[in-house]
Design a protein around this ligand. Structure first.
Ligand code: BGC
Length: 488
């Protein structure tokens, strides 16, 4: 997925650059200056070329890396983390559950009431809070005290006027969207931060212990039922609505995927016992890397100037946190090499000044002049690397689990029996849901790589899946339920 991501980033850069370059170019009307712009774009185009053969190489690399990551600890850049989630919501869940969803610059607290039938969420209340910037680099105690007090206020507001149950403790699903090495459903240590968080004292610590300590300090009576990644929450909500859902993908600030794997294919955990014979695996595909990925000088510079070089390579190529900055780098280079923008603006040198939503807005400007410009650029420069990148890792998963029509890399017994089943992938994240062209390119690339098999694969947007799915899993794993069936 990593290399594929690079392609996406470059494609976006090309598109945005083309638009900016053309607008200014038309105004200035200088052939010589244009030649420099064209040569920078040409170089980009070549660096990010993704013919279908190359995409297939990335798909294969992804499936091989998945296998290696399942075979041994540290066997691949794909961590393939155990989640201990071995059953997903069925619809039988009943009752009121909370979730805390922490994974970006906002966090959410939620409360849902479940009616005991598939897709029967009777009510759901969500509150979103931005995390004050200073807390992203502060101490774990400061961060969790802030979260616990927000949660407490939310609970008090939600429950005002109703008596809390004397026999039942509130239960919470904790969605924590960073790489965590779990040792059980309720425990796990933070491996590293991603997406700009840098709270040093937390790395290597038990995440649930820190949250529980803060809940105690705040005086809130609540039990953390389980700890999940946002991909796992999304899979849970996808499954709650559609029993054919087997994988989930996030393409937002960061990127990642999880899927349902056979327990006997998780070779690094010999003898892993699960109630279903399956376990959800958190791939952490943001860290994927393959030499087949088209990496440009802009990707290389962004990585080397980041606080975590050589880390999260794929995420840096495609996700919302980084795409805008890749485009900024391209525009800066054009500006430095040709004076079509006039004197080089000092703002162009400010990292992350161009945020991805702005980039999406530029890319989706369909006003007649820019449309024509984009068309000319596409036709003369064949700038079309964007579409291919986000789809390839997804097909990598389908290949690994034998749902791409090729028989797949099974890591165990033959899976040809399942290969043409309907396959639903739950998907969440602003880049996919709000960036129309990104979404269209992804669909095009899926069709291109999968051919006829694409008709069996459906991508379902699972809005707020990370949080709601966390609460659903709290219900599935409630201490008041037996085998996923809630007894109250
Ligand atoms: C994190 C993943 C998370 C993804 C999407 C990545 O930076 O490492 O755990 O699932 O972002 O939020």
């Amino acid at each position: 997925m990593g290399k594929v991501a690079v392609g996406v980033a470059v494609g976006v850069a090309v598109a945005a650059c083309a638009v900016a370059g053309v607008v200014v170019g038309r105004r200035v009307g200088s052939r010589r200056k244009w030649k420099r712009v064209v040569s920078v774009l040409k170089e980009l185009e070549e660096a990010c070329e993704t013919p279908v053969g190359r995409l297939r190489q990335v798909v294969d690399a992804m499936a091989v890396e998945m296998h290696a990551g399942l075979a041994s600890e540290g066997g691949s850049k794909l961590k393939m983390l155990l989640t201990f989630v071995d059953h997903l919501p069925t619809g039988s869940e009943i009752g009121t559950y909370y979730a805390l969803d922490l994974g970006g610059t906002n966090f959410r607290v939620l409360r849902i009431q479940l009616g005991g039938r598939r897709s029967s969420i009777l009510s759901q209340d969500v509150e979103r809070q931005p995390i004050p910037q200073h807390l992203l680099t502060s101490t774990s105690e400061d961060l969790f005290d802030f979260i616990a007090s927000t949660l407490k206020q939310f609970v008090e507001k939600e429950e005002s006027g109703s008596e809390p149950s004397p026999v039942r403790t509130r239960e919470l699903g904790f969605t924590f969207s960073f790489p965590v090495k779990q040792s059980s459903l309720r425990s796990g240590i933070l491996i590293k931060w991603t997406k700009g968080f840098a709270i040093e004292d937390m790395v290597g610590k038990e995440v649930v212990t820190l949250l529980e300590a803060a809940l105690v300090r705040s005086g809130l009576d609540m039990r953390v039922a389980l700890l999940v990644n946002d991909t796992v929450g999304t899979l849970a909500l996808g499954r709650y609505h559609d029993a054919d859902t087997v994988a989930a993908v996030i393409i937002g600030t960061g990127t990642n995927a999880c899927y349902l794997e056979r327990a006997d294919a998780i070779i690094k955990c010999q003898g892993l016992l699960t109630s279903s014979g399956y376990m959800v695996v958190n791939m952490e595909w943001g860290n994927f890397w393959s030499s087949h990925l088209p990496r440009t000088s802009y990707d290389i510079d962004l990585d080397s100037e980041s606080p975590n070089p050589n880390d999260q390579g794929f995420e840096k190529m495609i996700s919302g946190m980084y795409l805008g900055d890749i485009v900024r780098r391209v525009i800066l280079r054009i500006s430095l090499e040709s004076d079509i923008f006039g004197p080089v603006s000092s703002r162009l040198s400010i990292p992350f000044i161009l945020q991805t939503p702005l980039l999406a807005a530029m890319h989706e400007d369909h006003s007649p002049e820019l449309k024509e410009v984009a068309k000319i650029l596409k036709e003369t420069l064949e700038v079309d690397g964007l579409h291919a990148r986000p789809a390839t890792p997804l097909v990598g998963i389908l290949k690994k689990i034998g749902r791409d029509g090729s028989g797949g890399i099974t890591g165990g017994r033959n899976r040809s029996d399942v290969k043409m089943k309907r396959t639903v992938v739950a998907i969440e994240g602003g880049l996919y849901t709000s960036y129309t062209m990104f979404r269209e390119y992804l669909h095009e690339a899926l069709n291109e790589i999968l051919g006829d098999v694409a008709q069996h694969v459906s991508l379902q947007v699972t809005e707020d899946g990370s949080g709601i799915g966390g609460a659903l899993l709290a219900a599935s794993y409630s201490s008041y339920s037996v085998d996923g069936v809630n007894m109250l």
